[in-house]
Design a protein around this ligand. Structure first.
Ligand SMILES: *[C@@H]1O[C@H](CO)[C@@H](O)[C@H](O)[C@H]1NC(C)=O
Ligand SMILES: *[C@@H]1O[C@H](CO)[C@@H](O)[C@H](O)[C@H]1NC(C)=O
Ligand SMILES: *[C@@H]1O[C@H](CO)[C@@H](O)[C@H](O)[C@H]1NC(C)=O
Ligand SMILES: *[C@@H]1O[C@H](CO)[C@@H](O)[C@H](O)[C@H]1NC(C)=O
Ligand SMILES: *[C@@H]1O[C@H](CO)[C@@H](O)[C@H](O)[C@H]1NC(C)=O
Ligand SMILES: *[C@@H]1O[C@H](CO)[C@@H](O)[C@H](O)[C@H]1NC(C)=O
Ligand SMILES: *[C@@H]1O[C@H](CO)[C@@H](O)[C@H](O)[C@H]1NC(C)=O
Length: 299
């Protein structure tokens, strides 16, 4: 399904969803499908690889029992809409991509056990929002010119690196960060091994953090229930999103993140996830948001 179909055609997708559900009523019982919202709004630099990335993820979802929705509409960041999702995936966002109401809804979602995935420039979004940067793991500082580099698999075995060779040659931007994600509990799984690293203005730790996971996302408030978080700084080029090694890396990170047991896809008592709206599902924007694939319905 082309992602453009999901953008702003809520009535059409709702209609299609109803048709699919009535033609295949058994789909409504499929409550273990994980629902993920891809958010790719940008307020500064916009990567032209975003549509390629969305298409790739949408195509891979069913193989991992994941139904992706996609939006760039910040009004989807309200409690009812977010509560349906097992994870949010921030894709190459830049700058101030949420208003205050949206940031509050995102924080609420994370506090309720929601999971979080961030890719590439998403570490350069919401630059003044400390808890957002902590949920990502670290804030982007800068990158030297795009380069051919080796990326080393480091740390414990992890689904995001299981399909990679120990030294993985990539063509991508090697991000530098304003802090060491390990300082807030992240575990680094990929490390850039550059032949010409740029200057380091901040202490981002050693080895150079390039992708990492957090068993307990650090962005929640003190009384929240932490879901999992995964971040990879790779993903600049269209070509990257057509590379099966990279796609395996991202999907491994996503599927690991979902297994927090804090959301509906893996825990029937969870407070968010698997298409469950917090209220009663009559909200028009929440109805639109869970109609993307017709594989799940509120239970
Ligand atoms: C990347 O893909 C997008 C969408 O297909 C296209 O618009 C864009 O021109 C591509 N960028 C490059 C550098 O080829
Ligand atoms: C972020 O903080 C800086 C420094 O206080 C301020 O100049 C800037 O306007 C803020 N940006 C946003 C989007 O709030
Ligand atoms: C967390 O819980 C404690 C004890 O109930 C309370 O005093 C504190 O205000 C809460 N903090 C937040 C941010 O809600
Ligand atoms: C999630 O639940 C499964 C099955 O009970 C368990 O094996 C796994 O360790 C749990 N994972 C976490 C992160 O609690
Ligand atoms: C399922 O979610 C509930 C509510 O957040 C929580 O109390 C329970 O520990 C979770 N179960 C597992 C296996 O993590
Ligand atoms: C469902 O939500 C609508 C819209 O917020 C509200 O008017 C209605 O009273 C709710 N119904 C129930 C049973 O909670
Ligand atoms: C549904 O959510 C939207 C977006 O937050 C909100 O503007 C609208 O008032 C809500 N509608 C109902 C019936 O709650």
């Amino acid at each position: 399904m082309p992602s453009g179909f999901l953008l702003g055609s809520s009535k059409l997708s709702l209609l299609l969803s109803s048709l699919l559900l009535s033609a295949h009523p058994s789909l409504a019982q499929q409550t273990n499908v994980a629902r993920i919202l891809i958010y790719s709004a940008t307020a500064d630099f916009r990567h032209d690889s975003i549509p390629t990335a969305v298409d790739a993820l949408m195509k891979l979802g069913p193989h991992s029992n994941i139904a992706f929705d996609h939006t760039e509409d910040k009004t989807w960041f309200n409690d009812d809409t977010l509560a349906q999702y097992d994870a949010l995936l921030f894709l190459s966002n830049t700058g101030e991509v949420l208003d205050d109401a949206g940031k509050t809804a995102l924080r609420n979602y994370l506090d309720l056990g929601g999971n979080f995935v961030a890719v590439h420039a998403a570490s350069d979004a919401l630059r003044n929002t400390t808890w957002y940067q902590e949920e990502v793991g670290a804030a982007f500082d800068y990158h030297p010119e795009i380069t051919n580099a080796n990326v080393d698999v480091v740390g414990p075995p992890h689904p995001s690196t299981a399909g990679l060779m120990n030294v993985w040659p990539v063509r991508d931007e090697m991000y530098n960060f304003k802090s060491d994600p390990r300082a807030i509990g992240a575990v680094v799984v990929l490390s850039a091994d550059e032949s010409n690293p740029g200057p380091r203005k901040y202490d981002q730790g050693t080895p150079h953090p390039t992708a990492w996971y957090q068993e307990h996302g650090a962005g929640i408030d003190e009384n929240g229930t932490a879901g999992r978080s995964f971040y990879t700084s790779l993903g600049h080029l269209n070509e990257t999103w057509k590379d099966s090694l990279f796609l395996g890396h991202v999907m491994g990170g996503i599927t690991w993140t979902l297994q927090s047991n804090t959301t509906g896809a893996f825990n029937a008592s969870a407070r968010v996830g698997n298409g469950v709206p917090t209220s009663n599902g009559t909200n028009s924007s929440s109805t639109a948001s869970h109609s993307g694939t017709g594989t799940s319905s509120p239970r």
